[in-house]
Design a protein around this ligand. Structure first.
Ligand SMILES: Nc1nc2c(ncn2[C@@H]2O[C@H](COP(=O)(O)OP(=O)(O)OP(=O)(O)O)[C@@H](O)[C@H]2O)c(=O)[nH]1
Ligand SMILES: [Mg+2]
Length: 299
């Protein structure tokens, strides 16, 4: 029942509205500057391949409505995070500081965190010293985050775009090769789309595309319960979907390895809570097996 497939690393791009997130991702993908993006509504997921690795990139809308709804879920499950700051906009520095430090708390401690002093091509911009002081960036030396770097960037000239990407992807890759990343998630059914997708997967039809979509929706809705289900690193895994009424929880767990993982990570509690969930939801064994079988090859 286990899979020999790794989950793709996720890189979350954060920053206030108009900081230049979407423009940066476009520059990264095409090597070109494009100036006419509409403000991002909600979030956009895309893929960037590098060598044999596939990175999922989430471009998070910077408007307050999206900051308060989507950011935490993505940032807490990322392997790399970027905070884009528009250095030509001094008025937003207090708000940017508030959100930067929220993000810092959400980023997993072993993830890479890049800070962009963006729009460096413009003339009327804050100096790096002003930014460091204004956003309290020196405090990162006390942060439990292991990997933090500041880049002065511009999507107009391309300054430091590739450098940051190299730094981030190489170190994520190294980490994953040393210790493949496996996230355990639990997900709450928050949107109608999810229910419909799950139903489709359970029914006949082309499961491959659907399961990918489901995975992305799930990722967007990781539950608060994640507090008691921390990250663990394993290679092989299976997917459990547990259903209770109109509520689904999805758990990626390596069935054969639960004991070993519990021992190595000291997370006996985690597995106790998993079995408690299973019991509470009174999941029928046949139902579970059927669900697992229906999606195990694509996730
Ligand atoms: N001069 C300059 N302008 C930039 C740069 N990056 C982005 N811009 C401009 O800044 C504006 C906002 O860019 P977006 O990429 O849409 O900003 P965003 O962070 O995605 O904004 P939201 O989607 O609303 O969160 C656009 O007019 C871009 O052309 C840069 O490096 N230099
Ligand atoms: Mg955008």
């Amino acid at each position: 029942m286990s899979l020999n497939k790794k989950i793709n690393p996720l890189i979350a791009i954060t920053g206030l509205e108009s900081a230049g997130k979407t423009t940066f991702i476009h520059r990264l993908k095409t090597g070109e500057f494009k100036s006419d993006f509409q403000p991002t509504v909600g979030y956009d997921l895309s893929i960037i391949r590098k060598e044999d690795f596939r990175f999922d990139i989430v471009d998070l809308g910077g408007h307050e409505a999206f900051r308060t709804t989507f950011w935490e879920n993505f940032v807490t499950s990322c392997q790399g995070c970027v905070f884009v700051f528009d250095r030509s906009n001094k008025e937003k520095i207090v708000l940017a500081k508030e959100w930067l430090w929220k993000v810092e708390k959400w980023v997993p401690k072993d993830a890479n965190f890049a800070f962009f002093a963006n729009k460096s091509d413009l003339e009327e911009i804050m100096s790096l010293d002003e930014i460091i002081e204004g956003l309290d960036l020196t405090k990162f030396s006390e942060s439990p985050l292991k990997s933090f770097r500041i880049f002065e960037t511009s999507s107009v000239t391309g300054k430091n775009i590739d450098e940051c990407w190299d730094w981030m992807t190489k170190s994520i890759k190294r980490r994953m090769e040393a210790k493949p990343i496996m996230n355990i998630y639990a997900f709450e059914l928050l949107d109608d789309r999810l229910e419909a997708l799950v139903q489709e997967v359970l029914a006949e039809g082309d499961k491959k595309e659907k399961t990918e979509e489901i995975r992305q929706v799930f990722r967007a809705h990781s539950l608060k319960m994640i507090d008691s289900l921390p990250f663990i690193n394993i290679d092989n895994f299976i997917v459990h979907i547990l259903k209770k009424g109109d509520y689904y929880a999805v758990l990626y767990v390596d069935k054969d390895d639960e004991q070993r993982i519990a021992r190595e990570t000291g997370m006996t509690l985690l597995f106790e809570s998993l079995s408690r969930i299973r019991r509470e939801l009174k999941v029928d064994r046949e139902f579970l097996i059927e669900l697992i079988n229906s999606i195990k090859y694509e996730i």
